[in-house]
Design a protein around this ligand. Structure first.
Ligand SMILES: Cc1ncc(COP(=O)(O)O)c(C=O)c1O
Length: 383
């Protein structure tokens, strides 16, 4: 049994103690409904939500009025994609082959319902080519959705080159920034982004809370609401607000952005150390994703000669994500690994995703690296 080590921060992250402290009063004595300002409880809750809105806006260079609180990135992506698509039935939508399922499956459903869809391929490192994207834009393109950073292979997209092409075509740019916030610089003004989604629990905030940024100036980005209700969040996301979650999201965003540079440098160091340890300990290790334009805490590797399931079992106690990186065998490779051509048939190969985060130490990285090396050696020897 290995010592417990959590290296799956792309999946979710532990709540930061500072975030929990900020949330606790809103779970205990300050339980008011911000929609009811006729008494002090409601007024305090309203004011906490509006403070949180300012903090979240400041974290991405937006105006407070441009922030819509949601239950997380899945919902934010749905409101942006479905809500905007419905403003122009039959229009053209463009996204990439490696988006999160909340984007891909939403776009596919819209395609079945009559919208035109282009799924842009990526290169072997998982990068979108801005010129190729520009060439795929059409006069009827309404919306382009590109993730800022990929949740499996960590590749960071060149948004600064993509945004001008989208703008020139008169289309809107939606960015799924769920994995990127607090890890790469994100400013919606500087990058000319029209809509942006994120989730609190990916940055040491609470689960079940996120937000959608919608540009208000100089052009107003206005999706149609997906639900009807009490008119909260400008009617775009009706329903009683999750005050503790919203306060937690704001605290998590503020901390993540304030600590981004120092923490990114630390994580990059740990990640490179892990790669070096793995590469020294086994033959045939392959890097998935871009060698440099990638999330600082992300390492995704292909390990030939072992099955993903067996490797996960052998790594009991170490939390990582494993998937197949081959088109044979029982496990199917992910759409991301397929899109970067890392899933050739005929070869048994496990893909291991390490997601490093705030609590991880050098000692943990070394222990996890050694555990993987030993497990791979044992599994290879047994086949
Ligand atoms: C890139 C990306 N987008 C969207 C989501 C969805 O986030 P949530 O499940 O919090 O709604 C995730 C979560 O894995 C993600 O990694």
């Amino acid at each position: 049994m290995n010592p417990p080590i959590y290296l799956d921060h792309h999946s979710t992250t532990p709540l930061d103690a500072r975030v929990l402290d900020a949330m606790l009063p809103w779970l205990r004595e300050d339980f008011g409904n911000p929609a009811n300002r006729s008494h002090a409880w409601g007024r305090r809750a309203w004011s906490a939500v509006e403070d949180a809105r300012e903090q979240v806006a400041a974290a991405i260079g937006a105006r407070p009025s441009e922030i819509v609180f949601t239950s997380g990135a899945t919902e934010s992506n749905a409101i942006a994609l479905q809500g905007l698509a419905r403003t122009r039935p039959g229009a053209h939508l463009l996204t990439t082959a490696i988006e999160h399922r909340s984007v891909l499956d939403t776009c596919r459903r819209l395609e079945r319902e009559g919208w035109a869809l282009t799924l842009l391929p990526v290169d072997r490192d998982g990068l979108v080519d801005p010129q190729r994207l520009a060439a795929a834009l059409r006069p009827d393109t309404l919306l382009v959705s590109v993730m800022a950073a990929n949740n499996e292979i960590g590749t960071v997209q060149p948004l600064a080159e993509i945004a001008p092409a989208v703008r020139a075509a008169g289309a809107l740019l939606h960015v799924d920034a769920t994995q990127a916030i607090g890890r790469v610089a994100l400013d919606v003004q500087a990058l000319d982004i029209d809509a942006l989604a994120l989730s609190a629990h990916k940055i040491h905030g609470p689960k079940g809370c996120g937000m959608l940024y919608l540009r208000s100036r100089p052009r107003r980005v206005e999706p149609l609401p997906l639900m009807e209700g009490g008119g909260q969040e400008r009617g775009l996301r009706p329903g009683t607000l999750n005050v503790p979650g919203i306060v937690g999201l704001a605290a998590a965003c503020t901390i993540a952005v304030a600590e981004r540079e120092a923490e990114s440098a630390r994580l990059r160091g740990l990640r490179d150390r892990l790669w070096a340890r793995l590469a020294a300990g086994m033959a045939g290790l392959r890097l998935h994703g871009h060698p440099t334009q990638r999330l600082p805490g992300n390492l995704n590797v292909g390990i030939p000669g072992v099955e993903a399931d067996a490797l996960l079992l052998a790594l009991d106690g170490i939390a990582v994500s494993a998937g197949a990186a081959c088109a044979s065998g029982s496990a199917r490779p992910s759409h991301v690994l397929q899109a970067i051509g890392a899933a050739e048939p005929g070869q048994v190969r496990a893909a291991l995703r390490f997601g490093l985060g705030r609590g991880n130490t050098e000692a943990e990285i070394d222990a996890a690296g050694d555990a993987v090396v030993h497990a791979v050696a044992r599994l290879r020897a047994s086949t």
